[in-house]
Design a protein around this ligand. Sequence first.
Ligand SMILES: NC(=O)c1ccc[n+]([C@@H]2O[C@H](COP(=O)([O-])OP(=O)(O)OC[C@H]3O[C@@H](n4cnc5c(N)ncnc54)[C@H](OP(=O)(O)O)[C@@H]3O)[C@@H](O)[C@H]2O)c1
Length: 301
Amino acid sequence: MSTHTGGDRAPVTVIGLGAMGSAMAETFLRAGHPTTVWNRTASRADPLVAQGAALAASPADALAASDLAVVSQVDYEAMYDSLGPAEGALKGRVLVNLSSGTPQELRRASAWAAGHGAELLPGGIMVPPPGIGRPGAYVFYSGSEAALDRHRRTLAALGTPTYVGADAGLAMLYYQAMLYVFWSGLSSYFHAAALVGTAGVPAKELLPFVSGMFADLSSDGPMGFLRQLTGEIDAGAYPGEFNNLRMQAVGMDHIVHASRDAGLDTGVPEALKELFERAVERGHGSEGLTSVIEVIKEPKR
Ligand SMILES: NC(=O)c1ccc[n+]([C@@H]2O[C@H](COP(=O)([O-])OP(=O)(O)OC[C@H]3O[C@@H](n4cnc5c(N)ncnc54)[C@H](OP(=O)(O)O)[C@@H]3O)[C@@H](O)[C@H]2O)c1
């Protein structure tokens, strides 16, 4: 079906040449894949064409060039804008979309692609552009495992393909779960740095303690709370004999006051305090911290 021959490397098309798509196309080129590119703003393809990419004149030509097309655009609407007019060229193609979206958008896009005879393999790429193809890079995929298997070797150039299930929305659920931990964990570090900063302490003085805590949390040792509390989540049991939630809600209130006294923004600490207190009000006060998941799962009553 493809218009290229490139040794034993399969041809691939990249649609969307922002920071991510450009880095992906470069990675495919470096790995020896005949690479066709298309972008709404054609001039962004210039550096890739200089490296050997073929610039497609239209989205339909881009789809026709390879059995596999990797889409990386700002969102899923951009995919419809680009490929909507080229729906006739979708038949028989595997479309990997690594753009950000919601799980529902991924499911809808999967049905849209199937309606045009294509298979959509949505994914979430877990590295920034400079990390693509580097050790440790991985990509969550969901949808058709057979489609992933057919193109696994090509897609592995970007990062380790990590299949999470047949429900098309799953890749984005995993991606968002990871981003949420990343953003909220680091934002809490920023707040902590600002808090000690109000007493003239530079963040680098706090850093060893925080990095020690992050390492401990992931360890198998006595402070390996991540593994321990995961067991509690899955068991739905939250023992709190050594550190009950009522005590921790009071401690969280102290952080709100300390932040307010120091003139800092209290939005996030207040939200956490309120979460803890709601769990206490619902009868979890003598249980452990993990019991707040009950409020997260059932926010309204
Ligand atoms: N950058 C990261 O660190 C990172 C990490 C993981 C995942 N992601 C995800 O990867 C995706 C791309 O990110 P990026 O950093 O490459 O973004 P970006 O540099 O802002 O590029 C956005 C791309 O989307 C295209 N686009 C926007 N609206 C369009 C439309 N209506 N029709 C056609 N094309 C349209 C742009 O085309 P034009 O050039 O014509 O404007 C451009 O190619 C996003 O969904 C992002 O969430 C990014």
